[in-house]
Structures are given as structure tokens and as C-alpha cells.
Design a protein around this ligand. Structure first.
Ligand code: NDP
Length: 322
């Protein structure tokens, strides 16, 4: 007899997309050599777009969304993974073209799985999730570009969101002076300071103004989750404001500004392992708790609407055992 499990399934009827929690069996899962009992998942901005249908993230219907999952191996055809192993998976088209993390069970390719480093629980792995993993990749990119705590202030945009919250905590622990830019500078000021922001600025100064190419130099580096005019005003990973880039080449050719693109989805395996190990050592887990809200699978459609509207704070974890 097959085991039944709960999942959020997104279906499409003509142009109308809908999401509902339903019961599935193992035969509904896609191909893969490892079956995982999913303990936790998370709602990222991209998941919000997928569940609401506000952007064409899902490439196959019906599909279980969820670009992240963490749990324990149930069955494995790969000798490197054994029953009970703690694993984490983010990206690789999970929740886009392959059934994702918004279910109690997943069948995936073992090449996509990363053994969870000691010191991080499956719940904490999802409090980090793609957003936190991407924040780590951004910090590693700044380091590779030679930005040290002595170089000057580092700006984080979309500060109260997932990428922003983890980026602030990481940069603070690593000794950087962090300037947080938020549209919610007033209401979330205390939260951002608790995470480690040294200064908070109103995001409208960056997002509403047309960029002046050679404005005063203010920051040694930036982690940008917002894009569009904001990105034209700062020297890179998100598009919460827009995917355009209304800028000129002047800052690049006259100030040596470097724009580094960061892709979490297809990041190579060595880089993933390095990023997860850095997260285990460089992220203050008490701050991670402060930025995390726990929800149940049934709450996901409502939270998806909220994240797309820019109304969630920090990170949202889905407890699949609830
Ligand atoms: P969140 O929704 O948690 O955070 C985004 C934040 O951006 C919001 O909290 C808000 O911050 C700000 N924001 C939202 N809408 C607007 C707007 N219209 N104009 C200006 N600011 C806005 O999302 P995530 O942190 O999960 O993701 C952030 C971005 O990074 C997304 O675009 C996502 O797609 C992208 N991303 C890219 C990855 C990659 O691999 N390159 C991986 C992960 C995420 P505040 O209220 O503080 O102003």
C-alpha cells in the first residue's frame, strides 16, 4: 500500500491558476533516487509569485511549489545517502519544474541534496532557506571583490525582507558597518537594529529618485534585493521593485563600480556546500529566531499574497509536522 501525504498543489484551468491543500500518494511524485520526509519548508518571494500566479514561475502543471525543503531521507537508491540523514535542498528548478517543498514528502535527484551541516536544525535550515543562502552568496561575492569591514559602510536594500534580514545579520557578525534601506524604516527600525543595522535610511530616497550617475560616494558595497531605480542608485540579487535597470555606464567606468549578479538556483555544488558551512559558522542563530515566523501548510496561500505585497517581515517557515 502507498503512503498518503499532504501537499499544496497548484493547478491551471485555461488561464486560471489555483492552489489548494490536498492528499497525494508516492505515485504522484516525480522521478528521483531519494525520497525525503519533508519537515520544514519556507515561503520566499519567488514562492509568493508561484503560488499567486503573479509571475510565470511554475513551468509544469499541476505542481507542488516550494523552492526549498529540509528533512530526513526516507528511502535512497544512492549509497551516499541513508535513511534518517538530514538534508537540505534549494533551487535546481524545485517548485518550478519539479514537485517542491510544500508537501510532507518529496522525491528528488540526489545530486541536488546537500547534507545539512552539524549545528543547523532542519527548522533553522528553512529559516535560512533560499533567501538566507542567497544573502550568504552576496556576502561571499563582496568578500571576493575585496570589500572588508575596513573598506567602509555596506548598504542592504529591501532590509526588512528575507534576503535583507539575513544579509544584515551576517554582515554585522562579520564586523561590517551596515546601513539598512527599508520602505518600513519607521515601523521596522527597532527590528532592523536588533538584527545589527547601524543606520537605517528610508528606501524612498533610493527607489523613487531617478539615479544621478555620479552622485556622492556613500557605500563601499551593497546587497541589493530590490532592483530597478534602487539598483541604479546603489552598486546586486533581487527584483522586488522591478527587473529593469535604469542606469548609465558612468559609475562603472569612472568609479570602478562592479555589479555582481548572484544566482542561487544553479549555484555549483562546491559553492553551495561552502555557503551552507559559512552559514553554520557566521550566522547568529538567535537573530535567525528573531526574524522567523512559523506557519502551517494551510496558511501558505494567504502568506504568498502578503510576501508579494511586501508585507511579510524576515523569514517565514512552514512546519510540515504541524
Ligand atoms: P521579501 O519579500 O522577503 O523581501 C523583499 C523586500 O524588498 C521587502 O520586504 C521590501 O523591503 C522590499 N520591497 C518589496 N517590494 C518593493 C518595491 N516595490 N519597491 C521597493 N522595495 C520593495 O523577498 P526575498 O527576500 O525572499 O527576495 C528578495 C528579492 O531577491 C526578490 O526579488 C527575489 O526574487 C530575489 N531573490 C533572488 C535570488 C537569486 O538567486 N538571485 C534568490 C532569492 C531571492 P522593505 O519593506 O524593508 O523596504
Amino acid at each position: 500500500m502507498q503512503d498518503r501525504f499532504r501537499a499544496l498543489l497548484v493547478t491551471k484551468d485555461r488561464e486560471r491558476q489555483s492552489a489548494r491543500v490536498t492528499e497525494l500518494t508516492d505515485s504522484d511524485l516525480m522521478d528521483g533516487d531519494v525520497t525525503v520526509s519533508v519537515e520544514y519548508s519556507t515561503v520566499n518571494y519567488k514562492d509568493g509569485l508561484a503560488v499567486t500566479g503573479k509571475a510565470p514561475i511554475i513551468r509544469k502543471f499541476p505542481l507542488i511549489p516550494g523552492v526549498d525543503l529540509a528533512g530526513r531521507v526516507l528511502r535512497s537508491q544512492n549509497p551516499d545517502f541513508h535513511e534518517g540523514d538530514r538534508v537540505v535542498l534549494n533551487g535546481y528548478g524545485l517548485g518550478e519544474a519539479h514537485h517542491g517543498g510544500f508537501a510532507e514528502r518529496a522525491r528528488v535527484k540526489s545530486d541536488w541534496l546537500i547534507p545539512l551541516p552539524q549545528g543547523i536544525s532542519t527548522a533553522q535550515a528553512m529559516a535560512i532557506g533560499t533567501a538566507g543562502f542567497t544573502a550568504m552568496l552576496c556576502v561571499m561575492a563582496l568578500e571576493k571583490a575585496g570589500i572588508t569591514p575596513g573598506s567602509g559602510d555596506v548598504l542592504v536594500t529591501g532590509a526588512a525582507g528575507g534576503v535583507g534580514s539575513v544579509a544584515i545579520s551576517l554582515l554585522d557578525k562579520l564586523g561590517y558597518r551596515v546601513v539598512a534601506s527599508s520602505r518600513r524604516a519607521e515601523s521596522e527600525g527597532a527590528y532592523l537594529r536588533e538584527l545589527g543595522a547601524d543606520e537605517i535610511i528610508d528606501a524612498r530616497g533610493l527607489s523613487d529618485e531617478a539615479a544621478r550617475p555620479l552622485d556622492k560616494q556613500r557605500w563601499a558595497g551593497a546587497v541589493d534585493a530590490v532592483g530597478s531605480r534602487t539598483l541604479a542608485n546603489v552598486p546586486a540579487c533581487g527584483l522586488a521593485q522591478g527587473s529593469d535597470l535604469p542606469a548609465t555606464v558612468l559609475p562603472f567606468i569612472l568609479r570602478n563600480v562592479t555589479l555582481i549578479g548572484v544566482d542561487s538556483v544553479m549555484a555549483p555544488r562546491e559553492k553551495r556546500q561552502a555557503a551552507w558551512h559559512r552559514l553554520a559558522s557566521d550566522l547568529d542563530l538567535s537573530k535567525l529566531d528573531k526574524m522567523t515566523t512559523k506557519i502551517a501548510l494551510d496558511d501558505v496561500p494567504a502568506v504568498a499574497e502578503q510576501i508579494v505585497a511586501g508585507k511579510t517581515r524576515g523569514r517565514v517557515v512552514i512546519d510540515l509536522k504541524a
